[in-house]
Design a protein around this ligand. Structure first.
Ligand SMILES: [Zn+2]
Ligand SMILES: [Zn+2]
Length: 328
């Protein structure tokens, strides 16, 4: 029993860390402990680590860590692309190793051995397509086309030149400091793709998110059906009913069934929990981007507006302070 609870706690803590790290800045978590964990994971822990390195190994080591950080976060690099490949490869390997022995099973036909492979292959294809496609690089040759496609509104976007590329900056474009190029209808620089997401590859990016969400959902349901099939095939409910002498009602037997599953199929359960968490995160991320696409907005513009809003709020606050001082 102790091991099972340890496993459950491990799963919950992992889920909390993943959710805090990826979604801690979402407005719904503002002021909650999830936001604080996110802050610790993204700033606090790193700051303590730098101080620790400086105190123990000296400033040369701190510089080395900082230059490594510069390479990993501020320069194009395939680090996250490799991590994505490892995650998808290792997860699929464990699914094959732990579940394929039970496919075909009571609820799943043999075709799922092939459809699961096809799902992963399409996922990787969409990943490659988003990673290596042109996001809409603005160059001297195509800048006039982009200027006419995205005219200035003189409210948010006024006529401007990119100081680095030395070419006019079409409205809604942005210079990506990591890739060192101007990108039309810039959304964001995606570390996982090692590429900008812009005018030309947003559709692949959206397809990537939707496909991976569906894939994780498919995995969660399929593993669930494998386990349900094992329960049925091994007549676990019947055995437990006789063993515990409880009425054959699923609700009464549920704790015993869960305990039996955690003891006998913990790899499959961990995979299922992992896929379910990733599916939820992807659903949130896809939903957010779909909302932006439907309102013809980009992540970059939202962050610009948030900054404007903050400036406006501060301005309002300053006026209030002035007024109250005047009253005094
Ligand atoms: Zn530029
Ligand atoms: Zn970029």
């Amino acid at each position: 029993m102790g091991v099972e609870w340890l496993l459950v706690c491990h799963g919950l803590v992992t889920a909390l860390v993943i959710v805090s790290f990826l979604c801690g800045r979402w407005p719904i978590f503002e002021g909650t402990f999830i936001q604080r964990i996110h802050h610790f994971l993204t700033f606090g822990a790193y700051d303590y680590f730098l101080r620790f390195v400086g105190a123990v190994f000296g400033s040369k080591c701190t510089d080395a860590v900082l230059s490594l950080e510069y390479y990993c976060c501020d320069r194009p690099n395939p680090l996250l692309q490799i991590i994505y490949t490892v995650i998808i490869g290792v997860t699929y390997y464990f699914i094959v190793k732990s579940c394929f022995a039970y496919i075909p099973g009571y609820y799943l036909s043999g075709i799922h051995r092939y459809t699961s492979f096809l799902a992963v292959a399409v996922g990787i294809l969409l990943f490659l397509l988003t990673s290596f496609s042109d996001p809409g690089t603005v160059s001297t040759e195509n800048v006039s086309q982009y200027l006419s496609a995205y005219p200035y509104d003189n409210i948010i976007y006024a006529e401007k030149e990119c100081t680095t590329c030395k070419i006019p900056k079409p409205a809604r474009s942005k210079h990506c400091s990591i890739c060192n190029r101007c990108v039309a209808r810039f959304d964001h620089h995606c570390g996982w793709m090692n590429n900008c997401i812009g005018e030309k590859n947003t559709r692949y990016f959206m397809a990537f998110l939707l496909w991976h969400f569906l894939m994780c959902l498919y995995g969660t349901i399929a593993i669930g059906l494998v386990l349900a099939g094992r329960l049925k095939e091994l007549k676990v409910i019947d055995i437990l009913t006789v063993y515990y002498g409880i009425e054959n009602s699923f609700m009464d037997l549920a704790p015993n069934v869960v305990q039996w599953l955690l003891g006998s199929y913990n790899t499959q359960i961990l995979l299922m929990v992992f896929l379910a968490i990733v599916a939820m995160l992807l659903a949130g991320f896809f939903g957010y981007h779909a909302k932006l696409c439907l309102s013809n907005t980009t992540t970059n513009e939202v962050s610009m507006w948030i900054t404007d809003l903050q400036v406006a709020r501060l301005y309002g606050l300053a006026k209030k302070v002035k007024r109250s001082k005047g009253q005094c």
